[in-house]
Design a protein around this ligand. Structure first.
Ligand code: SF4
Length: 118
């Protein structure tokens, strides 16, 4: 079977056609302009990942804290990560890059602050 996806690694946005076996195994890709597209296509069709961004409240601050995953996490975990973020308790001061939730859901990925608050 074939699947059409768009590479999101750069603004060119190559439209790629991915061939999968009947069991969903990645076979090949066409339409990518560079190797990054091929790597993305294989990842997207086997274990899709996403960066997650969010804002969370901070004790003692009227300004919420923007946070993100330090690297992509499996797409299927997005709602679970958001649930974990709802339980995080952060207090002032916060420094940009500070880990506010280490190893979220045992993924090996930290949630980090994307701004400082004091
Ligand atoms: S395949 Fe390469 S050139 Fe095309 S969108 Fe992806 S990164 Fe950009």
């Amino acid at each position: 079977m074939e699947q059409t996806i768009t590479c999101i690694n750069c603004p060119v946005g190559c439209r790629m056609t991915v061939s999968l076996s009947d069991t969903g195994e990645f076979l090949s890709v066409t339409g990518n302009t560079c190797p990054r597209g091929a790597k993305y296509a294989q990842q997207e069709c086997t274990l899709p990942e996403r960066m997650i961004t969010a804002v969370i409240p901070v004790a003692g601050s009227e300004t919420p804290l923007s946070v993100k995953t330090a690297s992509p996490v499996p797409k299927k975990l997005i709602s679970s990560v958001i649930d974990e973020l709802a339980r995080v308790q952060v207090s002032l001061p916060v420094t940009i890059g500070q880990i506010v939730l280490p190893d979220v859901l045992n993924t090996g990925v930290d949630i980090i602050a994307t701004r400082s608050l004091s």
